[in-house]
Design a protein around this ligand. Structure first.
Ligand code: ADP
Ligand code: MG
Length: 539
C-alpha cells in the first residue's frame, strides 16, 4: 500500500453537517444575507401554514437588536476559525396558521430534510430545509436554541419548545418543553431565532422582500417591526384568496425508474392495471392496458413480481404512450384580478394589467405562468423594465441575472409594444408548480427549462399587448384632444360668421355655447376630460 493511500480517511457526513459546511448554498453566506434569509424562510412557513389552508394570513415579524457588537470567532467542524462580524439579533415570526402537531415539532425544527411538504402539492417550502437552516445558523453564531410556540386549530393546548440541532447526528435537541392550557381561539405558530446578523446591510432587501410579498399576497396582513423601532403594516386590500392548492398523484411522464420501483413496492394494488389507474394521474383502465401491452406485461401481474427488466420495459412503454397532460387544476395561481390589485396598491401605476396562462407541462410537472405589467405614474423609470419575480408566491430577490425570467424580459423588443426605454415599466412574473425548477436550494432563480421559458415569453407578450393597446388608445385620444383644442380656437369666429350669415337669427353667445357643448360631448364620448382641462393640458 502506498503512503498516500494509507492516509486517506473515509467517513459519512450527516445532512446537518453537510449543510453546516455548505450553508451558503441555502442562502446563509454572511450575516446580512443570513438575516434576510431567516426572515424569508419564517415568513414563507407562516404563509404556507395559512393561505394554503384557506386562512387569511395575519403575519407578525419582529426583528430586535439584542445589543453587543456581536463579532464572534467560531471554530468550525474542521477546526478552523471563522469570523462573524455583526450584531446579535432576534427574529420572531408569528402566524395564525394551522399550527403543528406537537410530536412533529422537534424534527420539523431540529432535523434537516424533515418536512410535511414532500408531497405533490404546490407550496413555498419544498426542500425541508428553511427553518432548520435559520436555526442552524443561529445556533452556530450565538450558541442559542430556537423557541417555538404552537397550537393547532382544534387543540385545547399550547406547546412550547426550545430546540436546537445535533449537527453530527442530524437529530433534534430539546432544551425545554412545556404545555399550557388554551382558553381562547388562538391557533398558529411563533418561531423565535437568535442570530448574528447585519441589519444595515440587509435592511433594503428585507423591506423589498416584505413589500413584494404584499404585492403577491394582497389578502395578507403583514406587520413588521424593525430593529430601529419602525413599524410598518402591509394591510390586506382584499379578503379574496386564490383557490388553495390540492395534492395530486404523480403524472406518468414525471416518474423515473427509481420512483417507479418505489411505487411498485409501496402500492396496495393487487394487479398492474390497478396500480397504474390508482397511483397515477390521468390513467384510466384503457390507457393502463395500452401501456401494459406496449411493455409486454400481463395486466393481472402482481406489482411486487416485476423484475428490473420488466420495470425498465414498463418505463419505456409509459414514455411512449399517449397520456393526457397534467391539468394544473390543482395549482394555486393568483389570477388576473389579484395581480392587478397587488400592483395597483403598491406601485400606484397609471395602468396595470395581468394575464394567467393555461397550465403547461415540463417533465411531467404541470405549471402555470402569470404575468402582470404596471406602467406610468408612480412606477420609477428605469433603463430596463423593473422585474418582480415570483415562484409559488415567493418573491425572488437575489441572482436576478441568472434567472430565465430576466432573460425573457430583456429579449423583448419593448418598442414594439409602444414603450421606449428608459420607461416607468414594471413587469411581474409568477410561476407556480408542484416542482419549480429552481437553480439552487436557496430558491433565488429559476432555471432555463425550455417549456417554462416559452410560457414566460408568451405570458409577457400577452400582457404587453394589453399595454400596447392602452398606449395607442391614449395616443389617439391625445391627438383628438389636440384637434379639439385647435377647433375650439375657431369657435368664436365660426359663431360670429354664423350670426352674420343668419342675419342675426341666432345670438353669437348662444352659438358659441352650443358649439362648445357639442365639442365637449364628443370629448366625453372619447373618454377625454372636459375641453377646459384639455386646453390647459395641451397648451
Ligand atoms: P419546508 O418548509 O421546506 O417543509 P422547513 O424546515 O421550513 O421546511 O419546515 C419544516 C416543516 O415544519 C414544514 O414542512 C411544516 O410542516 C412545519 N412548519 C414550519 N413552520 C411552520 C408554521 N409556521 N406553521 C405550521 N407548520 C410549520
Ligand atoms: Mg419552509
Amino acid at each position: 500500500m502506498s503512503e498516500v493511500e494509507s492516509v486517506e480517511k473515509f467517513r459519512a457526513l450527516s445532512p446537518s453537517e453537510f449543510f453546516y459546511r455548505n450553508r451558503e448554498i441555502a442562502g446563509f453566506s454572511n450575516p446580512a444575507r443570513a438575516l434576510y434569509q431567516t426572515v424569508r424562510e419564517l415568513v414563507e412557513n407562516a404563509l404556507d401554514a395559512t393561505d394554503t389552508h384557506h386562512i387569511l394570513p395575519d403575519v407578525k415579524v419582529v426583528i430586535k437588536s439584542e445589543g453587543g457588537d456581536g463579532s464572534r470567532t467560531l471554530v468550525n467542524s474542521e477546526g478552523s476559525a471563522e469570523e462573524y462580524e455583526g450584531v446579535l439579533y432576534s427574529v420572531q415570526v408569528e402566524d395564525n396558521g394551522i399550527g403543528l402537531p406537537p410530536q412533529h415539532v422537534p424534527r420539523a425544527f431540529g432535523q434537516l430534510l424533515y418536512s410535511s411538504k414532500y408531497v405533490l402539492r404546490q407550496s413555498r417550502g419544498m426542500f425541508g430545509l428553511g427553518a432548520k437552516m435559520a436555526i442552524l445558523y443561529g445556533q452556530i453564531t450565538t450558541g442559542r436554541p430556537a423557541e417555538v410556540i404552537t397550537s393547532q386549530i382544534l387543540s385545547k393546548k399550547i406547546h412550547y419548545f426550545k430546540v436546537s440541532i445535533d449537527i453530527a447526528n442530524n437529530t433534534p435537541v430539546i432544551h425545554e418543553f412545556s404545555i399550557m392550557d388554551k382558553n381562547n381561539e388562538w391557533h398558529g405558530t411563533v418561531v423565535k431565532i437568535h442570530l448574528i446578523g447585519d441589519w444595515q446591510r440587509s435592511k433594503q432587501k428585507i423591506y423589498d422582500y416584505l413589500k413584494r410579498t404584499a404585492i403577491i399576497a394582497p389578502y395578507a396582513n403583514i406587520y413588521f417591526e424593525d430593529p430601529e423601532g419602525n413599524i410598518v403594516m402591509f394591510r390586506r386590500s382584499t379578503e379574496e384568496m386564490p383557490v388553495p392548492p390540492r395534492e395530486v398523484k404523480p403524472h406518468p411522464y414525471g416518474v423515473d425508474i427509481e420512483l417507479l420501483k418505489r411505487m411498485l413496492a409501496d402500492t396496495s394494488a393487487k394487479t398492474l392495471t390497478e396500480f397504474l389507474v390508482k397511483e397515477f394521474q390521468n390513467v384510466g383502465e384503457l390507457t393502463a392496458l395500452k401501456i401494459l401491452e406496449g411493455a409486454g406485461l400481463k395486466p393481472d401481474l402482481k406489482p411486487s413480481e416485476l423484475t428490473l427488466n420488466d420495470i425498465t420495459e414498463l418505463m419505456r412503454s409509459i414514455k411512449a404512450s399517449k397520456i393526457r397532460a397534467p391539468s394544473g387544476r390543482h395549482l394555486s395561481f393568483l389570477g388576473e384580478k389579484l395581480i392587478v390589485l397587488g400592483l395597483r396598491e403598491t406601485l400606484k401605476p397609471e395602468f396595470a394589467a395581468a394575464v394567467t396562462r393555461k397550465a403547461s407541462v415540463y417533465e411531467g410537472h404541470a405549471f402555470i405562468v402569470e404575468a402582470g405589467i404596471a406602467y406610468g405614474d408612480k412606477v420609477p423609470p428605469s433603463d430596463k423594465p423593473l422585474l418582480l419575480r415570483y415562484a409559488n408566491k415567493i418573491p425572488l430577490l437575489y441572482d436576478e441575472s441568472a434567472d430565465v425570467m430576466r432573460k425573457v424580459v430583456d429579449s423583448i423588443e419593448w418598442n414594439r409594444y409602444g414603450v421606449t426605454l428608459p420607461a416607468p415599466l414594471a413587469v411581474l412574473i409568477h410561476i407556480c408548480s408542484t416542482k419549480v425548477p429552481y437553480k439552487g436550494v436557496g430558491k433565488e432563480a429559476v432555471a432555463d427549462v425550455p417549456e417554462v421559458e416559452k410560457e414566460i415569453e408568451l405570458a409577457v407578450r400577452e400582457v404587453a399587448r394589453k399595454l400596447k393597446s392602452y398606449l395607442s388608445r391614449k395616443a389617439k385620444e391625445y391627438e383628438e384632444a389636440e384637434k379639439a383644442v385647435t377647433i375650439a380656437k375657431y369657435i368664436p369666429d365660426i359663431a360670429r360668421s354664423l350670426h352674420t350669415l343668419t342675419d342675426g337669427k341666432f345670438k353669437r353667445e348662444e352659438l358659441e355655447k352650443e358649439l362648445l357643448q357639442l365639442l365637449n360631448k364628443k370629448l366625453t364620448m372619447l373618454k377625454i376630460k372636459s375641453l377646459k382641462e384639455v386646453v390647459i393640458e395641451v397648451s
